[in-house]
Design a protein around this ligand. Structure first.
Ligand code: ZN
Length: 498
């Protein structure tokens, strides 16, 4: 018997931590889908126990000792040895975990749970004052967390880096300023281009069972492996990878509009394809994990919008949708259908917004949460700041907190620094798809025939298989020749809407 090397020890420990994380993900999925209501308290105990166990393993002194040895040994490894990426990422995770004191971890979990309740209550009354004291606590805890992790320029950078490694507020500010100008300039033309058909024309009877069959047919065509995944109903759609060979998508159904569940399934299946494309032999180590939320979201947005809201996609699927949903053909033509699913109009709710205005919603949230963390905006002033900035960006007046600053769950769950990754996902999606089209002659014709094998292979090759080997910006450079830029998303929208 040979003694394992430190690298092997680190790998084994990393897989152990992943086993716990995956078990927690399965319990979390169950909680959102089939768990009986009386199980809430015990489930919380199970999840909290596993979180504690995982934290203990992730911060153990021996892990730190093995890591230090591996770092000194790697000088003898070849420069392109992919194990170097695992060591780098283990160091990143270990430092972040050990710099967070245990009392801060528990306090964040406790306050988030209570603040979610307060947020729900505030929404029920459409009264921000119920939530404000909790947002105060969450801001304070996030500031403390940022100080523990360490930061330069702004504490917001430390929080952002948790979701999007290597990114920073200054770069985002420049990127978003560029983008905002494009969006504002394009908005009138996009409204005109898509305003000719009343979206209500699409409304009709779409039985849930038919929607389920249609969604499954589309997800299968995309390449989602149903022997390694499934779809279940829930209140808020999500995708959860819970170990190799098990990736679950969820959606909700509107019996009067089949596109609501379809686009959420295309979105979540885009996330799912990324999870299913991670490499089996390194699963449970950073090389076998997803790199960032901005890259994850690029996969979902690419399938949902670049593909799913394109004209060529529906050349193939519209006639099929008419078979699944009798009456659709009489309601709308292919042209009208395309116009409706791309309808552009300023509106209050981010999750229901179109491709043009969506990112204005994110820019607003980015500006506010950064100011909250930096202390230039107080929680008490959020509604006023939200409403006035909203008026500037969208030209419409917010009338109730529910259609304004109380609409999203993210802050109540303790997460600040998350929102920008949605826009990064949109920008990355456009940039990646443009490159895929350039490198694969005839790809668009294949999409018009309902074939996506070559597109998926390109994404596997350029994104999925790399796991966390490269930081997001480097991954984008390798895949497209450039870091994330706003230009390609702007080009895409201009080509589509003007
Ligand atoms: Zn997503």
């Amino acid at each position: 018997m040979t003694t394992p090397t430190v690298y092997e020890k680190l790998t084994a420990r990393s897989r152990e931590i992943a086993l716990i994380g995956n078990a927690s993900a399965l319990l979390g999925w169950d909680q959102e889908t089939y768990m009986p209501s009386k199980a809430v308290a015990y489930r919380a105990e199970q999840l909290s126990y596993l979180a504690g166990l995982s934290h203990q393993l992730s911060t153990s002194a021996e892990f730190g000792e093995w890591l230090a040895v591996a770092e000194s040994e790697q000088s003898s490894w070849p420069a392109d040895d992919e194990r170097r990426a695992n060591v780098r990422e283990w160091r990143r995770d270990y430092d972040r975990a050990t710099r967070t004191p245990a009392d801060l971890v528990t306090e964040l979990a406790r306050v988030s749970a209570l603040s979610r309740e307060a947020w729900l209550a505030a929404r029920q009354k459409s009264d921000y004052s119920h939530f404000q004291p909790w947002l105060d606590k969450i801001i304070a805890l996030n500031k403390r967390q940022a100080d523990c992790w360490g930061w330069t320029e702004t504490p917001y950078n430390a929080l952002l880096d948790a979701y999007e490694p290597g990114s920073n507020a200054a770069d985002l500010t420049a990127l978003f300023a560029d983008l905002r100008q494009t969006l504002v300039n394009l908005l009138p033309a996009a409204m005109k281009r898509t305003g000719s058909v009343d979206p209500a024309k699409l409304r009709g009877d779409y039985p849930v069972e038919a929607q389920q069959k249609f969604n499954r047919a589309v997800a299968e065509a995309m390449g989602f492996d149903f022997e390694a995944g499934r779809i279940d109903p829930t209140t808020h759609p999500f995708c959860s990878g819970m170990g190799f060979g098990d990736c679950r998508l969820t959606t909700r159904y509107d019996e009067h509009d089949f596109t609501s569940s379809l686009f959420s399934i295309m979105h979540e299946a885009g996330h799912g394809l990324y999870e299913q494309g991670l490499r089996a032999e390194v699963y449970g180590t950073p090389l076998g994990g997803s790199v960032s939320l901005g890259i994850h979201e690029s996969q979902s947005r690419l399938w949902e919008n670049q593909i799913g809201r394109s004209r060529v996609f529906w050349e193939y699927w519209y006639p099929r949708a008419c078979e699944f949903f009798p009456g659709l053909k009489e309601r709308v033509s292919l042209d009208e259908f395309w116009t409706i699913i791309n309808h552009v109009e300023p509106s209050y709710i981010r999750t229901e917004s179109d491709e043009v205005t969506y990112n204005l919603h994110i820019i607003l949230r980015f500006e506010l949460e950064k100011a909250l963390v930096e202390g230039t905006l107080a929680a008490a002033d959020v509604p006023a700041a939200w409403n006035s900035r909203f008026k500037e960006l969208f030209g419409i007046e917010v009338k109730t907190p529910n259609e304004g600053c109380l609409q999203d769950i993210h802050w109540s769950l303790g997460g600040l620094g998350y929102f920008p990754t949605y826009t990064l996902g949109n920008l990355n999606a456009a940039q990646l798809f443009r490159t895929a089209l350039r490198q694969n002659a005839g790809l668009e014709q294949e999409i018009a025939q309902g074939r996506y094998t070559r597109l998926l292979a390109w994404l596997r090759q350029n994104i999925h298989q790399h796991g966390r080997r490269y930081l997001p910006d480097n991954l984008m450079k390798l895949a497209t020749g450039e870091p994330t830029r706003a230009q390609y998303f702007g080009d895409y929208l201009r080509a589509k809407f003007s």
